[in-house]
Design a binder for this molecule. Sequence first.
Ligand code: ZN
Ligand code: MN
Length: 475
Amino acid sequence: MGFRAKIGLEVHAQLLTDSKMFCGCSTKFGETANSQCCPVCSGIPGTLPVANRQAVEFVIKTGLALNCRVAERCRFARKNYFYPDMPKNYQISQYEEPLTFDGHIEVAVDDQTVRIGIRRVHLEEDTGKNFHLPDGTSLVEYNRAGVPLMEIVTEPDFGSAEQVRAYLTKLRELLRYLGVSSGNMEEGAMRCEPTVNVVNDETGERTEKVEIKNLASIRGVYEAVKYEIRRQLRAVEEGEPIRQETRRWSEEKHETQVMRSKESAEDYMYFPDPDLVPMAPGADWVAAIRAGLPELPDQWRYRLTSEHRLSAAEADALVATGSASYYQAVVDLGAPPKQASNWVMGPLTSELNARSLPVERSPVAPAGIAELIRLVAEGRITGKIARDVFPRIFQTGKTAAEVVAAEGLEVVGGADELGPIVDQAIADNPRAVEDYRAGKQKAKGALVGAVMRATKGQADPETLNRLIDERLGTG
Ligand code: ZN
Ligand code: MN
C-alpha cells in the first residue's frame, strides 16, 4: 500500500439575509461602492454590534440539514488580523464554540457512498474587498464588509477530487433548497478552500497540509485538488519535502503556486468578543426550525424513485434543476408522474431556459401542464398538438382549452370524419398501399403522414391506424 490523498474542505457561504450580520445595512449586491456602510460595519470605535437573528436561524437550519448538533450556548470570537478590507482590524467569527457541530453527509461517486464528517457550521462576517489598480492605487469597498457568512468545515474525509466535487455539488444544492444561500461560486457567494495532504497508513508518513485558495468554481476546485494530489505524490516519490503553506490555483497555468506560509490559529489571537452576548438558542426554537425544514434533495430523490417510480435520471433532473415542487404540483392535479416529468423537463424547461426564467417564475402554472396532459389523455387533442400549442400557452398566458377552442385544434377522431380523409389518402398513394399490403410496415407511415397533413396533425392516431387497416384488410 502506498500513499493516499486526504482532503478537508472549508466552505464560506454568504447568507441570503436582507441586512448585514451586526448592523442594519443592506446586503444588496452590485450597488454603488461604499453606499451600504454605517459606523458599525465600517469599524468606528465605540459602536456596538447586534447579531442578526435570521442569520443565526439560517446556520441552525443548515446545521440540522447536515445532521449537526446545535450548541445550547455559544459565543462569538474576535479573529485578529490587519488588512485594509477589515475595517475593525478583526473579524467577528466563532472559534472554540461554534453554533452547530458534529454532523455528517453522504456523498456518492460511481455507486460508492462515503460519509463525510461535518466538523462545524459556524457564523461570522464577511470582509470588504480590495481593488488594486494598474497605476498602483488601491481602493477598498466596504459594502460586503459585515455581510453574514456561514463557514462549513468538514473532517479530512475526502479521498479524491471526485468526492470533493460531488460534495460541493450536493452542498450547493442543499443550500439552495434551504433558501439560505445562492451558493453561486462565480459571484463569490460560495467560496471553497481545500486542504490537501497525502498519508501512508502503514508507515504513518505524511506530507504537511497545503491549503488552496483562489478557486472560483466547483470545476476549479476539482482541478486544483487533482493537481495538488499529483504534485504531492510526485514529491514523496522523489523524496522532496512538502511545506505547510497556502497555495493559489492559477486558472491560466493550470497549477497551484506558493502564496504564503500558512498562519496558525495562534497568529489570530482569538478571544471571545466582549461586545456580544453569548447565544443560547432555546430547544423550542431549534425544534421549530427543524419542523420547518423543507423536503431536502435526498428525500426528494428517494420519494420520486420509490413512490412515483421515476427513473434515477428523471428524479435527478427534477431535483437538480429545482423543478421538483413544480412537478409535484402537476402530479397533485392528477397527472401521471412519468408524463408530468416529461412535460416539466421537456417543453416547460426549454421555454424557461430560452428566457432564462427560473421555474418559480414560470408564466404557465402547474395547472396549465396538468390540463394539457388531461386533454391528451381524454383524446381531445393529440400529443403533437399539445406540444405545438405549448409555446403559445407559455407566451400568451391563455389556457390550453382556450387555445385549442380558438384555433379549432380538437382531435378529428370520429370514423365518419376521418373515413373520407383516409379513403383519399389511399387513393393518392397507390405505391404505399401496395408496399404495405406486401408486408412493408414502414409504408404505412406514408398513409398516416398524408392524413396527418390533411388534418394539420389533429387526426386521432388510434382511430387512424385502425381505419387504414380496416380499409386495406391488413389489420
Ligand atoms: Zn452597517
Ligand atoms: Mn472563516
